[in-house]
Design a protein around this ligand. Sequence first.
Ligand code: PFF
Length: 437
Amino acid sequence: MAKNQNWNSSLGFILASAGSAIGLGAIWKFPYIAGQYGGGAFLLEFVLFTLIIGLPLLMTEFSIGQTGSTYSTAIFGKLTTNKITNGIGYLGNITAFILYSFYSVIGGWIIIFIGYYLLRSVGLVKEDIGFFPYMTASPWLSLLGQFLFIAMTGHIVSSGIENGIEKASKMMMPLLLLLFLIIVVRSLTLDGAMAGVKYFLVPRFEDLSIEGTLYAMGQSFFALSLGTTGMITYASYTKQETNIFSSAGWIVMMNLLVSVLAGLAIFPAASALGIKAEAGPGLLFIVLPQLFSKLTFGTGFYILFLILFLFAALTSSISLLELNLSNVIKGRENKRRSAALWLSLAVFIAGIPAALSFGVLNKVKFGAGTIFDNMDFMVTNIMMPLGVLLTTLFAGYAMKPEQLERVIPKGFHFWYALIRYVLPVVIIIVFISQLIS
Ligand code: PFF
């Protein structure tokens, strides 16, 4: 997407931002973190954070993007004439770069899984439920997957993201939802599914913890692509008449829907199959193959699911790459290809330790766990909330209210009071309680 170009339509913008939001966060990450932090209690916190903080923040990022209409390391300074505020843009870019480097590891797993199930369906490899540990233990497979994922993302971004993605999203997203509905029904009808449903939907307040709360807040930002300037970048490509207000509402609702569907697919099946909800990052990759094997044409459906899942992950990774790239090329479109190539190479190198964290480097543990866990913790629980906090303070205190009122005409005063007084306080409280505990 060229800096001086716009989305073809408002729908294009909504689909692209929904594509950025809905990805590994809702489908892969949400269920496994909910599994580690108490199921229902986590779901409740996540929904509250998404509606009370996520939605107004998404509107905030959209209004900064639409009003400022330039790349994200210059937009803050442009809106206030105070160049120091551009630091928020730099922080967002660093956050996105690190995020992309470990995001691509999981994206790579999907590609390797697709390859494996394709080979299996034509009888070239034997039936084997234990493929997940085999894949993650193999440095070559992990790195190959990561490389392919980054190469695909780079290819799409270097050839411009409007047309193909807009068209493909219109078809792929509804199909993904449909397939989710099918697997949710199958999951719910397994013997022993009820325990999982209860675990996921009924909050047990003794499961609430400060750490879980921080994760729930981080997850609500992660899933809406907040705090990286990704949404600011996409909104900077909108025409002034695009209604960002309703766009934000749609994106939040779709994102919540997909998260809940992912939970309803995974937890009932996990309890029926005797898989622990706390299984960690592998949860989805371990539960779903077994669930699909219980469906007629299961392997075919599973491959279709993996392809749609890959698509969802790619529409998020392209937003990560695009936001870094737009700041490198600064509108010089002739530099797009070479910038995409060099950035992709840098991300791949930065992501190698994360890719090896599940295999050869799995003994290297400190802080939050493996190298992968630490990168994720730093980005999701520290850098993104910090980015979000600074962005809110920026909109609430550095911008003029008239600049914002133009883009958010309805309920402006409520929203403005929220971003000035409520959100910063909530984010700071969650942060500080984590430090103290
Ligand atoms: N929202 C994406 C997901 O949930 O998978 C992750 C993400 C993409 C975060 C783009 C931040 C971003 F700028």
